[in-house]
Design a protein around this ligand. Structure first.
Ligand SMILES: Nc1ncnc2c1ncn2[C@@H]1O[C@H](COP(=O)(O)OP(=O)(O)OP(=O)(O)O)[C@@H](O)[C@H]1O
Length: 295
């Protein structure tokens, strides 16, 4: 890694593991995000996405390895200044009206970069009135308030746990548009967990794929897609090929996701670029496979 990359790193996991009791939830997870990346954290239910995010803000401690967030160790310091985290359950005071929530956020963030006008304008843009009670908002509207408050802190790193799960397709688009506008304006870095690949396809430029309790893939999405091909051939194809991530058999025909562009079998398999969905699904179906360069 060159010096620029080192100094530009906003978030780094270095051989991080997490045990709950005697059970490994995560093992040997390493990846780093430079400034300005919009990264998707993808994995099956229970893969460890929430745990990974919580460790970055000091809400859980790694059992092994080290996390560095904006140059700090959250296990020692708690949530580093400059980081906004929106948890999956969007914790807000349900009895508060939106304007009271904005006032509370102003007090809680008084030592930081709090920009109440920005948060209020994002809430207004979502069509939510400041007189509305949080408990009476829909789940999607609560998500929009939570994200507006997170962006009002003008963070350098935004961590979002399943931000789009409860939103309708238009609201998903609008939220990601808001987040990407903040990225363009400030160079903020984003790590967001999601199950829905189509949601991240347009918005994210980086993928961290969790499976089998570890990081299976990590890198720029364009590079990861360019580094894999879908090949198809007779059922006997691809059997002993180490570059095959996953093969699925349909009668006399096999379709395989293959690393590194290598034609994987004879006779003459055809190849095409995978979609992000095909890439993710193939890795999740093949938990033993991983990108050797991600290790
Ligand atoms: N506080 C805890 N105590 C014990 N086990 C836990 C705790 N928190 C998480 N786990 C376990 O760690 C694993 C990872 O959980 P985590 O919530 O991080 O996964 P996830 O990828 O966010 O899942 P989902 O997509 O379903 O939200 C799971 O097996 C879960 O049961």
């Amino acid at each position: 890694m060159n010096e620029d990359e080192t100094t530009d790193t906003v978030l780094r996991y270095d051989a991080v593991g997490k045990q709950f009791g005697r059970r490994d939830a995560l093992r040997d997870c390493s990846f780093a995000l430079p400034r300005g990346r919009v990264a998707a954290l993808v994995g099956a239910n229970g893969a460890g996405k929430t745990t990974l995010l919580r460790m970055a803000v000091g809400l859980a401690r790694p059992s092994a390895g080290r996390i560095e967030v904006l140059g700090e160790n959250p296990a020692a310091t708690g949530t580093p200044a400059g980081v906004s985290y929106v948890a999956q359950d969007k914790p807000l005071y349900r009895r508060f009206r939106v304007r009271e929530m904005l006032r509370a956020a102003a007090v809680l963030n008084s030592g930081g970069n709090w920009d109440g006008a920005h948060a209020a304008s994002l809430i207004a843009d979502a069509g939510i009135g400041v007189g509305q009670r949080i408990g009476e908002l829909s789940a999607g509207q609560r998500a929009r308030v939570a994200i507006a408050l997170a962006l009002g802190r003008r963070p350098r790193l935004l961590l979002l746990d399943e931000p789009l799960a409860e939103l309708d397709p238009l609201a998903r688009r609008e939220i990601m548009g808001t987040v990407l506008a903040a990225v363009a304006e400030t160079g903020m870095t984003v790590l967001l967990s999601s199950h829905v690949v189509t949601d991240i396809e347009d918005a994210c430029d980086h993928l961290v794929l969790l499976g089998d309790r570890r990081v299976m893939l990590d890198g720029g999405i364009d590079g990861l897609l360019a580094g894999h091909r879908i090949h198809s051939g007779p059922a006997t194809s691809f059997v002993d090929d180490e570059t095959v991530v996953h093969r699925s058999n349909g009668g006399r025909h096999t379709v395989a996701l293959v690393r590194d562009h290598e034609p994987a079998a004879e006779p003459g398999p055809s190849g095409s670029a995978p979609t992000l969905e095909e890439l993710v699904v193939a890795y999740l179906q093949a938990p033993a496979a991983s990108d050797p360069e991600a290790a």
